[in-house]
Design a protein around this ligand. Structure first.
Ligand SMILES: Cc1cc2nc3c(=O)[nH]c(=O)nc-3n(C[C@H](O)[C@H](O)[C@H](O)COP(=O)(O)OP(=O)(O)OC[C@H]3O[C@@H](n4cnc5c(N)ncnc54)[C@H](O)[C@@H]3O)c2cc1C
Length: 509
């Protein structure tokens, strides 16, 4: 069988992308190397993942948010955080997040500065277990007809001009398109000639689940030492940053080695009596210089890796999938030229580069040495101000992300505000069909002709809203990004170009 799209990797990004494609009518095969979706590293304490505003919006816009929210592990009505979850979450003052462990307070965040963001039940942050998130996505993918084959790794790829042959131990599969969502060590990326440039690691991060003879020897929370950083979450969860240039990455540890590592990094005489779980990561930061090579594309960690500091990687990957899915589906269905896919790289590569720099900046504050500690103290002072808290929230929550779509109205390239429409629906709900939306907020805008001519391509909504932000009309892409907008009383100038660009329709002149 020739699939429309073969996806390598059933991680969160591959699964989300498979849903996008299947909802749009594509045949999709997902190949996953792991036999089982179950892994202790995807569950608490190490499997905790922070989701930001764009990810929550993406889940809401596909009707998945309630199912994901039901799996939440850290929320007030579930009582205090479970033992071993991040220490900063257990602080008495409500916290908005952190930068290199430097917290900012929720009540310092001034949301009124985000002009284009309306109050919404969707929220800006949520903590879930990776395994629970994947389960929700896999269930949805299967319901949409996606075929997921576990225990079947991509071994080699032969990419032609119009289709891609994927080799696995159990035989070959063929797809018109292949998307590598196979994580940081992506086989697809290596096989298909993508370069992966960036910066080498300064440290090895160790996540350890241990039993300690005397946990009181260690101070809970982050402590900086001459060798790196020790983050202790009682009773036995440790995150260690060992500034060894990444030499310890992927090297298994026995109990004696874990013991010596802990003493060296923490500079405390702690004794480990049992080692239950260990995994490593680094602050190496690399990004593929292209996200597409012919009929092969990359998304998620396959396209970019960086340290988990600040919890951005999964969010970045879901953003890739949301951006790519509708475009690839239009190309597969023959409704758009392949050139539409070039916008995927153009829009997502700069966002990825910004996240890589965000993680690099945090490493500077973690380096051993008096200079880093002095800089961190300055940063903590700034984080403790209204301007600082608002700035950090904006970056960490991703609330002001804007794609460069080449100018126009200041709303173009931003996530559409979650308008409450006259029929009682929110904008996020209107987008659940996976179609673009032409939203008319001001009946004085002369767009009726356009709607009549092109409405089969959109969900078209004429609706009064309480808070229209002075807008007249908007064209919203299936991913919820505003492609065109005019103010109240405005006209359709530029709308024809936007229609042509994103929906490959003739100019509506
Ligand atoms: C300790 C830690 C904490 C983190 N915290 C956060 C956080 O709070 N927020 C956040 O946004 N991000 C966080 N991240 C990052 C986040 O987990 C990753 O960015 C995210 O999982 C990437 O998703 P993915 O689907 O691209 O790749 P992966 O999750 O790596 O999934 C790739 C999948 O591909 C499969 N695969 C690999 N090779 C092959 C092959 N050859 N053939 C077929 N399948 C293959 C793998 O088995 C895997 O299932 C954290 C990471 C770590 C390590």
């Amino acid at each position: 069988m020739l699939y429309d799209v073969v996806i390598a990797g059933a991680g969160p990004v591959g699964l989300f992308l498979s849903c996008e494609l299947a909802q749009a009518g594509c045949s999709v095969l997902v190949l996953e190397q792991a036999e089982s979706a179950d892994s202790p590293l995807k569950r608490l304490p190490f499997g905790l993942r922070g989701l930001n505003a764009p990810t929550l919006e993406a889940l809401d816009r596909r009707g998945l948010l309630d199912a994901v929210a039901a799996t939440q592990v850290l929320k007030p009505d579930k009582g205090p955080p479970p033992p071993g979850t991040a220490h900063w979450l257990a602080q008495p003052r409500p916290l908005g997040g952190h930068f290199a462990g430097i917290p900012f307070a929720l009540d310092d965040v001034d949301r009124t500065r985000w002009t284009w963001r309306l109050p919404t039940p969707v929220g800006t942050q949520m903590a879930v277990e990776l395994q629970a998130l994947e389960a929700v996505l896999a269930q949805r993918a299967i319901a949409l007809g996606v075929c997921i084959e576990r225990g079947r790794a991509v071994q080699a790829v032969r990419a032609g001009a119009t289709e891609v042959v994927v080799e696995t131990a159990a035989g070959v599969v063929r797809g018109r398109w292949l998307v590598g969502c196979d994580g940081g060590r992506s086989t697809v990326r290596k096989q298909c000639g993508f370069s992966f440039a960036g910066t080498d690691p300064e440290f090895t991060g160790h996540s350890l689940l241990v039993e300690l003879e005397d946990p009181g020897v260690l101070t809970p929370g982050r402590q900086y030492t001459a060798q790196g950083m020790c983050n202790f979450n009682p009773p036995g969860v440790l995150a260690l940053a060992d500034f060894d240039g990444g030499a310890g990455h992927r090297k298994p540890l026995d109990l004696a080695e874990a013991q010596s590592l802990l003493r060296r990094v923490s500079a405390r005489d702690a004794t480990i009596t049992a080692l239950h779980l260990h995994s490593t990561w680094t602050d190496g930061a690399r990004q593929s210089s292209a996200y597409r090579n012919g009929h092969v594309l990359l998304a998620g960690d396959a396209a970019h890796v960086h340290s988990p500091l600040g919890g951005q990687g999964l969010n970045l990957g879901i953003g890739d999938a949301m951006n790519l899915g509708w475009k690839l589906a239009r190309v597969v269905r023959g409704e758009a030229d392949e050139a539409l896919l070039d916008s995927y790289h153009l829009e997502r590569h700069p966002i990825g580069a910004t996240v890589l720099d965000w993680s690099r900046a945090q490493v500077v504050l973690m380096r051993p040495g008096a200079g880093s500690r002095a800089l961190a103290a300055v940063m903590a002072d700034l984080a403790d101000t209204r301007d600082g808290g608002t700035y950090l929230a904006e970056r960490v929550w991703g609330v002001s992300q804007q794609l460069d779509l080449g100018g126009g109205h200041p709303l173009v390239g931003r996530s559409v505000p979650d308008f409450l429409l006259a029929d009682g629906r929110r904008m996020g709900e209107v987008l659940r069909t996976g179609q673009g939306v032409l939203l008319m907020l001001d009946e004085n805008c002369a767009l009726r002709d356009v709607v009549d001519r092109w409405q089969q391509h959109f969900t078209s909504v004429t609706s009064a809203v309480d808070h229209a932000l002075g807008l007249g009309a908007l064209l919203v892409r299936p991913d919820g990004i505003v492609a065109w907008a005019c103010d109240a009383g405005g006209d359709e100038a530029g709308l024809g170009l936007a229609l042509q660009r994103w929906f490959a329709l003739p100019k509506a002149d």
